[in-house]
Design a protein around this ligand. Structure first.
Ligand code: ACK
Length: 221
């Protein structure tokens, strides 16, 4: 009946605990601040501005994301494919409300989005939908063959007019390029190694993953 339908949320995911939100925001801001001052970045700033040699202030360029989280399943109140099955999955029901550590392994930036890659544990993968990588639209070529969990991310910011769903798609595109070794290692930074994937796509692989506690839950709003 209609009551059952409204009980399916907009999306499920891991929500960063209040105490670590600022830490992640600060670390990613520091990364953006450093990135847009690098000569290698300035050389490609046309990807962001449309004009050669024009400077970009990445902190201004990206509008901050709302609630910091890593989506597991976008349900759209039951309208998304597989939403009901996911909400009724035993692993999902059992883990609901539990806290685990998310391991952030990279930061990435494209002209559309800015995000953090999340490296999921075997246990966390139990909550990851089998078709999450294939459901991206449009599916970046070669992304369908990436390992389960490749799309896991935290959206940190989006360019004007860009929807957060784009962040996972951008990540898949970068990882598909990483797989076929298309990146160009640009610089060893304090946090890790910075690689350029063309068309304004940058990925910083963290030397030390950042661990943040998060609660597996859902959003109705
Ligand atoms: O940044 P995100 O992972 O991208 O978190 C938000 C969240 O759901 C609420 O909008 C994600 N999202 C939106 N549409 C989809 C979709 N079709 N597939 C997967 N994730 C989606 C969005």
């Amino acid at each position: 009946g209609p009551l059952e339908e409204v009980s399916i949320p907009l999306y499920f995911g891991w929500f960063l605990l209040f105490s670590v939100k600022n830490k992640i925001k600060c670390t990613s801001m520091d990364f953006l601040k450093t990135l847009d001052t690098l000569d290698a970045f300035k050389k490609h700033s046309v990807d962001f501005t449309g004009k050669a040699e024009k400077e970009v202030d990445l902190e201004q360029y990206f509008k901050p994301a709302g609630i910091l989280h890593c989506t597991t399943k976008f349900c759209d109140y039951g309208k998304a494919e597989g939403a009901k099955e996911y909400a009724e999955n035993q692993a999902v029901i059992k883990s609901y409300g539990s806290i685990s550590d998310l391991s952030l392994s990279a930061f990435f930036v494209t002209p559309r989005t800015c995000g953090a890659r999340v490296y999921l544990t075997e246990e966390q993968l139990q909550l990851w939908p089998a078709d999450a990588e294939k459901q991206a639209e449009p599916v970046p070529e070669a992304a369908a063959s990436l390992p389960l969990g490749s799309r896991a991310h935290i959206t940190l910011g989006c360019a004007e007019g860009v929807e957060p769903v784009q962040t996972g798609i951008d990540l898949l595109e970068i990882l598909a390029q990483q797989e076929s070794q298309q990146g160009e290692l640009v610089e060893e930074m304090e946090l890790g190694s910075l690689t350029y994937y063309g068309e304004g796509k940058w990925l910083l692989n963290l030397r030390e993953p950042i661990c943040v506690p998060a609660c597996f839950s859902s959003i109705y709003g």
